[in-house]
Design a protein around this ligand. Structure first.
Ligand SMILES: N[C@@H](CCC(=O)N[C@@H](CS)C(=O)NCC(=O)O)C(=O)O
Length: 209
């Protein structure tokens, strides 16, 4: 099995944390998604990371589909469910995950679009400002719901909302930590710092290579 990845992508981190929590701690194969590497292109027509190539050669793309495959092939109770143990709480987990993913997508689109325009040409355009608003409002909404995001307790594994919220917080610090518009989110910060001690989060901290 091969996880084609880079060191910054929040989508990679979501897949990787879920994989480690499900007992699949494989060393990522680092690729540059922008360099059109043959192994990434042949596995993923969109040439994006993460791409997980299974032992039988089946390629899986899209981080949430990789999580879905993990849930199907490594189900509870033998493995922790990333949706949590209580069916009544699944909607809440997915709802919070959606808020985090929306902000992550706005964030990565902003970084990606800077590659083709100067920052001022995209970030300050109507669409760029809309993406910034999505980041700010997503972070603020998650901050307001921070009480519903479980802190580590008794070795309990993280659910998908926690994985996505921590991923968002750490990625925003990496990319926009010096920006005055980045909202203060002390609840998300406490969450990210607390979960950082867990191997799945520690091993996947984003870094610019
Ligand atoms: N929806 C995809 C997004 C993946 C994605 O956009 N990955 C970025 C890195 S953050 C990438 O590989 N970009 C290369 C490109 O867009 O060509 C997922 O959930 O995995």
């Amino acid at each position: 099995m091969q996880l084609l990845a880079n060191t910054t992508s929040p989508f990679v981190r979501i897949a990787r944390v879920a994989m480690i929590e499900k007992g699949l701690d494989i060393e990522p194969t680092i690729v540059d998604p922008w360099a059109d590497e043959a192994r990434l292109r042949s596995a993923n027509s969109a040439a994006r990371v993460p791409t997980l190539v299974l032992d039988d050669g089946t390629p899986l793309s899209e981080c949430l589909l990789i999580v879905q495959w993990l849930e199907a092939t490594r189900p509870a109770p033998a493995w922790p469910s990333v949706l949590g143990a209580e069916p009544a709480r699944v909607a809440g987990v997915l709802s919070r995950t959606g808020v985090a993913i929306g902000a992550i997508e706005a964030s990565t689109i902003t970084i990606i679009t800077r590659k083709v325009t100067a920052p001022v040409l995209f970030d300050e355009t109507p669409v760029g400002l809309r993406r910034r608003r999505s980041m700010i409002e997503g972070m603020q909404r998650l901050e307001a719901m921070a009480g519903d995001l479980a802190m580590p307790a008794g070795g309990q594994p993280p659910t998908l909302d926690v994985i996505a919220a921590v991923t968002l917080f750490d990625y925003q610090q990496l990319r926009y930590g010096d920006q005055p518009w980045l909202p203060a989110t002390p609840g998300l910060q406490a969450l990210a710092e607390a979960w950082r001690a867990r191997p799945s989060f520690a091993k996947s901290m984003p870094r610019i290579a």
